[in-house]
Design a binder for this molecule. Structure first.
Ligand SMILES: [Zn+2]
Length: 220
């Protein structure tokens, strides 16, 4: 894992580095005065965005570290990786758009939101763990829900382009002899990690901005 000769070296570290960065940003944000003054529903959403992002990257690094152990480990861990990606749907745009109107955790809307979210998460978990054919399209839908928080179009575009070009399109391997990019930083999967991290960064940074706006609205 610490040897740059290892095939997955860059894949592992392009997961661990973002986890550290997002954890640091998470701590900075939730301990800020600005955050403390927000309504509880809004606070839940922000925590959801950060946890979703962080969990998805932890799951992904677990996958990359242990997937070579055995075929069975590999298949189980792909599921774990995908579940992590599901977590990103927690910060949905609907929630943010309504954060101002929902201020009490006992509000019906608050409870409904949590129920709907848990339900969709559970059904995705089932689809993934049973290796249903629907799981790839489902993940794309979830990623879109989580990432278009009408909040950051650039981040959403980054994801879409990264997914199409690097993850599915396997650029640049598609133009190179087999194995040419193994263990290299320009391997398509490593590039996908980097682009996804930048998009996630744009995504979590948006919560800082939204908090500031939210605070102005609340105190007007
Ligand atoms: Zn990966």
């Amino acid at each position: 894992m610490f040897s740059a000769n290892h095939n997955e070296f860059w894949m592992i570290w392009t997961d661990i580095a973002p986890v550290c960065l997002f954890l640091a940003l998470f701590i900075v944000h939730v301990t800020s005065l600005q955050f403390a003054m927000q309504p509880p529903f809004y606070q839940c959403l922000v925590i959801g965005v950060f946890l979703g992002t962080i969990v998805s990257r932890i799951c992904s690094s677990v996958y990359h570290v242990f997937n070579c152990v055995s075929l069975r480990a590999n298949q189980t861990l792909i599921g774990v990786d995908m579940l992590g990606i599901c977590c990103m749907a927690f910060g949905s745009p609907w929630g943010f758009a309504n954060a101002n109107n929902i201020s009490d955790p006992r509000d019906a809307a608050f409870i409904a939101y949590v129920v709907i979210l848990s339900f969709s998460f559970a059904s995705c978990a089932v689809a993934i763990l049973t290796q249903s054919r629907m799981r790839q399209p489902l993940l794309v839908v979830l990623a879109v829900i989580g990432n278009v928080p009408a909040q950051n179009l650039t981040a959403a575009m980054g994801f879409a382009v990264g997914y199409a070009v690097f993850y599915r399109g396997r650029f640049p391997e598609c133009f190179l002899p087999p194995g040419a990019t193994d263990g290299k930083i320009y391997n398509s999967h490593v590039l996908w990690h980097i682009l996804a991290s930048l998009s996630q960064l744009g995504y979590v940074m948006k919560t800082f901005e939204t908090s500031a706006r939210q605070m102005r609205d609340v105190h007007q």
